[in-house]
Design a protein around this ligand. Structure first.
Ligand code: FAD
Length: 414
């Protein structure tokens, strides 16, 4: 049996590197278990509003940045309803390698084991993690950062969990699929779809000009249970592009994306802690999380470093204090509001969704930005949601209060 670390972090993604680095910076003895080498390139590309990074003084981690950031919530065609909605805030794509090495440098000294954590057993004095290699590792506190589908974290079964599904590609095209230099957050125009297709779950285009004639285009379903299939998304993307007279010339990279949006919060009485996707930190309304890791990691590490300094505290108590710091009542209530909002949106048909987002982005910029980044205090968040309701057309208000008649079937189970 190996020696006992203060903290053992499971995972090698953004959440694991973030919390391991923050703890290491505070003098905590951290070890990690990750399936891949921790400097292996991550599969996903991460986007973020630049102001989120500005507030953290981390703008240098951005590789691509757009000031021309827009959405479309009209039906399509040439009517007034198709006018471009200008967001007026810069959007960026992380330089994945820079983000990873930012955390790895701050975690310099952390001992990483390349292995698979198979079983976690919490004892009174320490927690044991059995690995696929046969190795059993021991720590005063285990933090599971191995992603949303971790089997080690208990959470209540609240029924179907909706997935954000997307099919995207980085490529070259016969003509620019979006205006050059532009970032499109959501293009909900649907005049390329048949009447039948418009009755199906709505999808939108998320797209960006990456420069040198290369664009990223992605057909996305915000959240649905079961998640929209990749075949449907791929077909819809092709149809959307063809409608604009755009052919795909060269596929450089394909992205298949599916992750849970409204995973219930973990049971906060369990004797191990979680962080990142495993701790349900994905924003239920937007699907974003990396900004939240950067904002919430340091505070959690402060609390953990303080409680770990008391050698008499046992795993269950350490985890309890960690859960309290990660999910204080204020954040739990905000999360519940977001989940309520998402449950309403999931039943909306295409025209209601377009109407909803057009109304949402007509809110003051700091309000929609604060909502999407989960940076509004609870009273302000409630006020913003009430304002959104007041601004909404009647049909939308009805949907927000009563929910949708059509309910969805489960895809994710936990
Ligand atoms: C395609 C895609 C695009 C996304 N885009 C954005 C975006 O633009 N912006 C944003 O903010 N969020 C985005 N998200 C949401 C969220 O930020 C990501 O899902 C993020 O990767 C979650 O980080 P994580 O570290 O919690 O989990 P993961 O990234 O899933 O990492 C889990 C890690 O744990 C390791 N692991 C798994 N099992 C074990 C085990 N048994 N033992 C040891 N290690 C294990 C894995 O190898 C991996 O390294 C996106 C998600 C997806 C899927």
């Amino acid at each position: 049996m190996a020696s006992c670390a203060d903290v053992l972090v499971l995972g090698g993604g953004p959440a694991a590197l973030c919390i391991a680095s923050e703890l290491h910076q505070r003098g905590v003895a951290v070890e990690g278990i990750a399936l891949e080498p921790v400097d292996a390139p991550w599969p996903n590309t991460y986007g973020i509003w630049v102001d989120e990074l500005k507030a953290l003084d981390l703008e240098h981690l951005i590789e691509h940045r757009w000031s021309d950031t827009v959405s479309y919530f009209g039906a399509g065609g040439s009517g007034v309803a198709d006018q471009t909605l200008v967001h007026g805030i810069d959007y960026g794509l992380f330089d994945r390698a820079a983000l990873q090495s930012y955390w790895l440098k701050r975690a310099d000294g952390v001992l990483w084991h390349q292995d698979s954590a198979e079983r976690v057993e919490a004892g009174a004095e320490h927690t044991l993690v059995s690995c696929a290699s046969g190795e059993v590792r021991k720590a005063r506190l285990v933090i599971d950062a191995s992603g949303a589908s971790s089997p080690h974290i208990r959470r209540p079964d609240q029924g179907p969990v909706a997935g954000q599904a997307a099919y995207g590609l980085v490529g070259r095209f016969s003509a620019a699929p979006i205006r050059s230099g532009r970032f499109v957050l959501m293009d909900y125009r649907s005049n390329h779809l048949s009447e039948m297709q418009r009755l199906e779950p709505p999808t939108f285009l998320y797209a960006m000009d990456l420069g040198d004639g290369v664009f990223f285009v992605e057909e996305t379903s915000l959240a649905l249970a079961p998640g929209v299939s990749y075949n449907v998304l791929k077909q819809r993307l092709k149809q959307r592009l063809e409608h604009r007279g755009v052919q795909i010339i060269d596929v450089i990279h394909e992205e298949f994306c599916l992750f849970p949006m409204n995973l219930p919060l973990p049971d906060r009485n369990q004797p191990l802690l979680a962080f990142g996707g495993a701790a349900s930190m994905v924003h239920p309304a937007s699907g974003y999380m990396v900004g939240a890791l950067l904002r919430r990691g340091p505070g959690l590490a402060d609390t953990l470093a303080a409680v770990l300094a008391d050698p008499s505290l046992r795993p269950a108590e350490l985890a309890r204090q960690g859960w309290q710091a990660l999910w204080p009542t204020e954040l739990v209530l905000r999360h519940q509001l977001y989940q309520f909002g998402l449950s309403r949106l999931m039943g909306f048909n295409e025209s209601l969704l377009r109407s909803h987002f057009a109304t949402f982005f007509s809110l003051a910029r700091e309000d929609w930005f604060g909502f999407l980044t989960n940076t509004l205090p609870l009273p302000r968040l409630m006020a913003v949601m009430l304002r959104l309701f007041a601004l909404s057309p009647w049909e939308l208000r009805r949907g927000l209060v009563l929910g949708a008649a059509k309910r969805q079937e489960p895809e994710f189970r936990h």
